[in-house]
Design a protein around this ligand. Structure first.
Ligand SMILES: C[S@@+](CC[C@H](N)C(=O)[O-])C[C@H]1O[C@@H](n2cnc3c(N)ncnc32)[C@H](O)[C@@H]1O
Length: 712
């Protein structure tokens, strides 16, 4: 239930408990001092028809369970109990009434019924009847329309070709919530007026054929549309708006916030979308249509906090078209040759730098760990291995990269365990050492010949190791010979990856070689990307940067995040690049929520897609899987700026495959600057991070986001 009470008006919007938020559940309007115009027909077209009732005193309980959304809408200048405050002056119409003001709404005031209005009566005929049907009659809206809101705004008509708009009656600072409107969601079927899968005969039907068409915006990925109830539907469009908005899918609301300081008298304008043009006001607009069909707009009303479109096809942004046309003109052989061409990271054409502190294993230096070892006759080896297995405190064999035994003749750097042995039997050790020197002279093949055997890393050895060993079958095999002393030895901490490493490191302790798989090795050796991948990555980087700059122009922080499928060479090529899922931008300023960073919003958007079953068909990575993968598993993220620590952790938890960012966030970023979350060995996932090092020529990294100072 959304419940607002203001002054002498008490409006409550309730949800029918049985039908949920069903449209059958009509709003309960306890008292409304004002009229609201209808469309001039019979009020049965979906527009609420609110009739005049005598005002009555504010309800003392009306706001008892005021939900957060309503509270927020009233919070900005609230004192004690915001919902009990007087209605502001803005309720009074401030613009001069038009001639014939008595007829300014088309309700019969005695009967409360719509009365007919001839087109000739109507000085303010807006919006025009749908599709030029002059016989349908249209309604005249007053030049100033009363409304219920605490923000200092009025609804007025200053330009009859644009119709009503929302204007500031006082200066309003940036970042102020001026309206939260509940929305009415229309399914695709309702909107289009035809069943899913029914053939599109090109004739507009349903809501799309009504004047509501100029008021809807994209709501869900399933083709559903929404109408903002209340003032939300009265904001006009501008390419340089002063109001931003965000959709709240859980509350079914859309909230509006000033994106810049607004002066008294200014019109409050939002941005509907790149593809929306008005023939009569936008200079750049094509002259053919009043409004381009909003459904074809890139992302509804400007996509502030919205999702980008995806359909598995190549995106055909203007600047991509020429490239695409060129690619399509190539023969399959030319295309294959082009796709296989690899650009190495050191070539000038390679504009990315890997953000890593991890050294290529093939170049790794020897690193050491300390283990307990013991010298025993070869015949004890089997019993020692069993002993180690039995008392191992770890599931995984931490010494699997090492040979367990080393012939006693090998040189070794070891130190007797007398000082740091795990149990106290130091007295016996001197005698054993002398026995050992004697035995070292015998050969390895002899079951009585002595070998050095690794037991446990010092860090995970049982604390009473010596006692355990003395009580073990190893001691039985030795019979009257005392168990020799343990000692510590430094051994390689990792397996070798090359013959050279193995040879060198085995001088310390025999180490195994783990060869890097041939395929992987080839890729590593190439250490470059196919040209097609390089181009695709750059294109995504450009898109995310453009979105960030656009957000900046809308009064948000110029930061954006784009989530896509990941490039996989066997599946993708220049004509079949990965699919993009969502693009979102930072909405900290418009929502007042300091956690709505771009990455966070994008992750939310993917979760929302999953909830709606809206993720595209399983990608090349999981062709057999019917389910979308866990969170962002295997996906690639593009960010205009290095993510903060919190977002870096969110991306890590989401299991992304790799991240590309354009601008570093010195002292704030969690992927290379302040910390390298993506490589932290103590965390349960890692991902690759690449930073843009390309030039500024293509516009990537240029603009408001260029020198942005980011907080940690
Ligand atoms: C959401 S409504 C805005 C309120 C509308 N002016 C009214 O009086 O009901 C959208 C409609 O307003 C008009 N509109 C909005 N912005 C405009 C602009 N910049 N130039 C011309 N008409 C505009 C278009 O006719 C559009 O279909």
């Amino acid at each position: 239930m959304l419940n607002c009470a203001a002054g002498n008006a008490d409006i409550r919007i309730e949800t029918d408990k049985k039908t949920g938020r069903g449209r059958g559940s009509s709003p309960t309007i306890d008292a409304l001092p004002l009229h609201h115009g209808t469309n001039g027909d019979d009020g049965a077209n979906g527009h609420p028809t609110l009739l005049a009732e005598p005002p009555h005193p504010p309800s003392s309980t009306a706001h008892a369970d005021l939900p957060s959304v309503a509270a927020l809408s009233l919070k900005d200048d609230a004192v004690d109990s915001p919902v009990e405050q007087e209605l502001p002056d803005t309720l009074a119409p401030t613009a001069a009434p038009p001639a014939g003001a008595g007829k300014r709404n088309n309700l019969d005031e005695t009967a409360g019924k719509p009365r007919g209005a001839s087109r000739t009566d109507l000085a303010y005929c807006y919006p025009p009847p749908p599709f030029g049907d002059s016989s349908s009659g249209s309604l005249a809206y007053p030049p100033a329309t009363p409304h219920l809101t605490r923000a200092p705004i009025e609804i007025a008509t200053r330009d009859s070709s644009v119709g009503r708009g929302v204007f500031a009656t006082e200066d309003i600072p940036a970042g102020q919530v001026i309206e939260i409107s509940p929305v009415l969601v229309l399914s695709q079927e309702e909107y289009k007026g035809r069943k899913e899968g029914a053939e599109d005969d090109g004739v507009l039907k349903g809501v799309e054929a009504s004047q509501l068409r100029g008021y809807v915006f994209t709501w869900g990925r399933d083709g559903s549309m929404a109408v903002a109830l209340g003032i939300g539907s009265l904001f006009n469009h501008s390419a340089s708006p002063n109001v931003t908005y965000s959709l709240d899918y859980s509350q079914y609301t859309i909230s509006y916030r000033t994106a810049k300081p607004v002066q008294r008298g200014d019109e409050l304008l939002i941005f509907y979308g790149h593809s929306v043009r008005f023939s009569h006001s936008d200079a750049a607009a094509p002259q053919d249509a009043q409004v381009e069909d909003v459904e074809t707009a890139e992302d509804g009303w400007g996509g502030l906090g919205n999702l980008d479109s995806f359909d598995g096809k190549l995106e055909q942004a203007d600047d991509d078209r020429a490239r695409l046309a060129h690619l399509k003109s190539l023969t399959p052989e030319q295309l294959a040759e082009r796709d296989e061409e690899v650009v190495g990271p050191h070539e000038a054409e390679f504009p990315w730098r890997k953000v890593t502190e991890i050294i290529d294993p093939e170049d790794a230096e020897l690193s050491l760990m300390t283990c307990y070892a013991i010298d025993l006759p070869a015949r004890c080896a089997g019993a020692v291995f069993q002993f180690v297995r039995k008392h191992s405190t770890r599931n995984k064999n931490e010494l699997s990269h090492l040979k367990r035994v080393r012939p006693i003749e090998s040189s070794r750097s070891s130190s007797p365990v007398e000082q740091d042995r795990p149990s106290d039997n130091a007295e016996e050790s001197d005698g054993r050492s002398s026995q050992l020197s004697e035995r070292r002279r015998t050969t390895r093949t002899d079951p009585d010949s002595y070998q050095s055997i690794l037991l446990f890393p010092v860090t995970s050895a049982p604390s009473n190791l010596v006692d355990l060993l003395t009580a073990s079958p190893v001691a039985d095999i030795l019979g009257s010979t005392p168990v020799p002393p343990l000692y510590t030895v430094e051994v390689p901490a990792e397996a070798a990856h090359t013959e050279q490493q193995a040879e060198e490191w085995s001088k310390v302790w025999p180490v195994t070689i783990v060869h890097i798989r041939e395929g992987a090795k080839a890729t590593r050796k190439k250490k470059g990307w196919e040209k097609a991948k390089l181009e695709w990555v750059e294109q995504q980087a450009r898109k995310v940067w453009e979105r960030a700059e656009e957000a900046g122009r809308q009064g948000e922080h110029p930061i954006a995040c784009r989530i896509t499928d990941s490039w996989s060479s066997p599946f993708h090529n220049s004509l079949r690049p990965p699919v993009s899922l969502v693009t979102a931008h930072d909405t900290r300023l418009s929502t007042g929520n300091v956690l709505t960073h771009a990455a966070s919003n994008a992750i939310d958007a993917v979760a929302y897609l999953d909830l709606q079953g809206g993720r595209p068909p399983p990608s090349a990575f999981c062709p057999d899987s019917a389910q979308p993968p866990y969170l962002l598993t295997g996906l690639t993220v593009f960010l205009s700026h290095e993510p903060c620590l919190l977002c870096s952790m969110s991306l890590l938890h989401s299991r992304i495959k790799n991240l590309f960012f354009i601008k570093r966030a010195p002292g704030a970023g969690g992927c290379g600057s302040l910390y390298s979350v993506h490589e932290d060995g103590g965390l349960n996932h890692r991902f690759e991070v690449w930073e843009w090092k390309g030039g500024r020529d293509g516009g990537i990294g240029v603009g408001a986001g260029e020198n942005l100072k980011l907080d940690p």
